[in-house]
Write a new protein. Structure first.
Lengths: 199, 397
């Protein structure tokens, strides 16, 4: 079922993390302002956090700030340790809001080397820029791709998807990249949008 | 390998993305001086299939089909992590029947062995030990047969459902499982005989691809890669799920941090996984429910739709619009064959996942190659890639 035809039966939640019972999770959850992010992370590091477990992002188009960057940290011992010495390490989740008109976050690559690829991935798929990243370029999508595919307003399929600009490599003809569809493709799209009422 | 650039004593080579020793579609651009690697840059994304985006556009149940395709060597670990996370959001974690949990553990441990078999077979081929591949794939074949019996497909059975399982184990499954349990120790002995004390194998792997403990933490390595550096962090012990606290097993640890240590850790893990399977097998004889008794999450048995109007309605609703999950976000992790496999899932109260963010262990394990490969030989880099065991379905998603 194309997403453009069957809308999701969604609740009205604009900020789901705020609604949730924190007792469900085994992580300590903290919302941090992006200006204070680096200080907080440096403080966490000093207090024994040893691993940047994961770094992801979520798009809430109705909310301000629009994006959430989600950092997961883990406190493992810094030396050789048995199962009992590791015990149950603390998991910490930081949620950082990022506004859409100024999508910039400080990079953590100088603190944790493994922040490199996930930061590039968020840049690639959400269009959030990490200032201070040494090599910020697309990682999953082709280098000449346009748009940020994991944003909610990036259509998956259907007429709206067909109308988004195409990257150069996808074109089999001599139509320049980014040009709107023409000829038989345009006619077919028009018929389709008349049928579905999507203009 | 194509020569990209040559200047003085150094040469820039592009290895992959179609090179067999890169275990998929990894491109490594190396600067070599003679045969010594001076710099290694990696290019990934050749297998990007937009699984996260697809999952957002499918029902909660449908999404697990694409999620199983991330780590395609161990699809059941992915499915388990996903269903556990959704069950947490639904608040039904405590209601999952014991038998369903046992079968989940059984199949996930079998998948761990199957995944390590692929790793061992291909890793050995990289180093030049061809025959080992057939011994390893023989075990894997038996496990895929078991998966097929249980779920209907060899690789991606989509057998785990939110709330339980898609049907009980079929007749004859336990007999086949017993055959595997009986055959396994002899096969493992053969694999160890082939490699463990083989002087060529030891020469090629000892002190190759050494990752220090500090670097392992800095690169976010988990699973066998971290455990080969000396930290016994295993999600099954640290954050037990699906009843793992009820099984006896050890967490193999080594301290050397080289390719040989990772090899030994994984071999020991296969033995430990079989130990868990034997314990589950002993508990599987008594029948019981295999899913929560809640028609809003798991549709009632198909046979009942000709007898009961409610059952028909529940089936219709389940197929046409799935079920809703209360709004919220959750992080759930399991110990996959490659390390901590986590899912950060957000629900907005609708019938589709709002966001599914996996924490792919291969992505983090593989990143350290940039550092580990430098200073070694090109041939050793191939060994290092093999010993990190990346799966590109998961790295690229």
């Amino acid at each position: 079922m194309p997403s453009s035809q069957v809308p999701s039966i969604a609740g009205a939640a604009i900020d789901p993390p705020a609604l949730r019972d924190p007792a469900l999770d085994d992580a300590l959850i903290e919302r941090v302002d992006r200006a204070a992010l680096r200080d907080r992370v440096v403080a966490l590091r000093a207090s024994g956090v040893t691993m940047l477990l994961d770094l992801g992002a979520v798009d809430y188009p109705e909310r301000t700030p629009r994006f959430d960057a989600v950092y997961h940290f883990l406190t493992l011992p810094k030396k050789k340790a048995t199962v009992t010495e590791v015990g149950t390490p603390k998991r910490i989740r930081l949620l950082v809001g990022v506004p859409v008109n100024d999508p910039v976050l400080p990079s953590l690559t100088d603190l944790w080397k493994n922040a490199d690829w996930p930061e590039r991935e968020i840049f690639d798929l959400f269009g959030i820029v990490f200032s201070g990243h040494p090599n910020l370029k697309r990682i999953q999508m082709p280098h000449d791709w346009e748009g940020a595919p994991l944003r909610k307003d990036y259509p998956l399929r259907g007429p709206a998807r067909e109308k988004t600009p195409r990257p150069a490599f996808a074109l089999k003809s001599n139509v320049p990249a980014g040009a709107p569809p023409s000829g038989k493709v345009a006619q077919a799209l028009e018929r389709q949008s008349r049928r579905t009422g999507d203009s | 390998m194509d020569v990209v650039h040559r200047e003085g004593n150094t040469m820039t080579l592009s290895i992959g993305p179609q090179h067999p020793s890169t275990h998929g579609v990894l491109q490594v651009i190396v600067e070599v001086s003679g045969e010594t690697v001076e710099r290694a840059d990696m290019e990934i994304g050749y297998l990007h299939t937009g699984i996260e985006k697809s999952a957002e556009n499918l029902f909660w149940t449908q999404a697990s089909t694409v999620i199983e395709r991330m780590d395609y060597l161990s699809p059941l670990s992915n499915a388990l992590c996903y269903v556990l996370a959704v069950e947490k959001l639904l608040g039904v974690t405590e209601k999952i029947p014991e038998r369903a949990r046992q079968i989940r553990v059984l199949l996930c441990e079998a998948a761990r062995i199957a995944s390590h078999c692929v790793w061992l077979g291909t890793h050995a081929i990289d180093i030049g030990a061809i025959s080992c591949f057939w011994y390893a794939f023989d075990i894997r074949e038996n496990i895929l047969d078991l998966t097929e019996q249980a779920g209907g497909a060899r690789m991606h059975p989509n057998y785990l459902r939110v709330g339980g399982l898609n049907g009980d184990l079929p007749q004859g499954f336990l007999g086949k499982l017993d055959e595997l349990i009986a055959k396994f120790p002899e096969r493992m002995r053969e694999l160890r005989t082939l490699l463990q004390n083989n002087p060529i194998w030891r020469d090629r792997t000892i002190d190759v691809g050494v990752l220090s403990l500090d670097d392992a933490l800095a690169w976010g390595a988990t699973g066998p890669v971290l455990r080969a550096c000396g930290i016994a962090y295993d999600v099954r012990k640290a954050f037990p799920y699906s009843g793992y606290e009820g099984y006896e097993f050890d967490v193999p640890v080594r301290t050397e941090g080289d390719a040989y240590a990772r090899f030994l850790v994984r071999l020991d893990e296969m033995d430990e996984a079989m130990r868990i399977i034997r314990q589950v097998r002993a508990r599987l004889d008594s029948p019981g429910p295999i899913a929560v008794d809640d028609p809003k999450i798991i549709a009632p048995p198909k046979e009942t739709i000709v007898l009961s109007m409610e059952a028909l309605i529940h089936h219709f609703k389940m197929v046409s619009e799935g079920f809703r999950v209360p709004p919220g976000d959750v992080y759930q992790a399991v110990e996959g064959p490659r390390g901590e496999l986590g899912y950060y899932i957000v629900s907005d109260g609708g019938n589709r996942p709002y966001r599914v963010r996996p924490r792919p262990p291969s992505l983090y394990n593989l990143q350290c190659l940039k550092q580990v490969a430098v200073g070694g030989l090109i041939a050793d880099m191939v060994v290092t890639i093999g010993s990190l065991d990346p799966v590109f379905g998961e790295v690229d998603r």
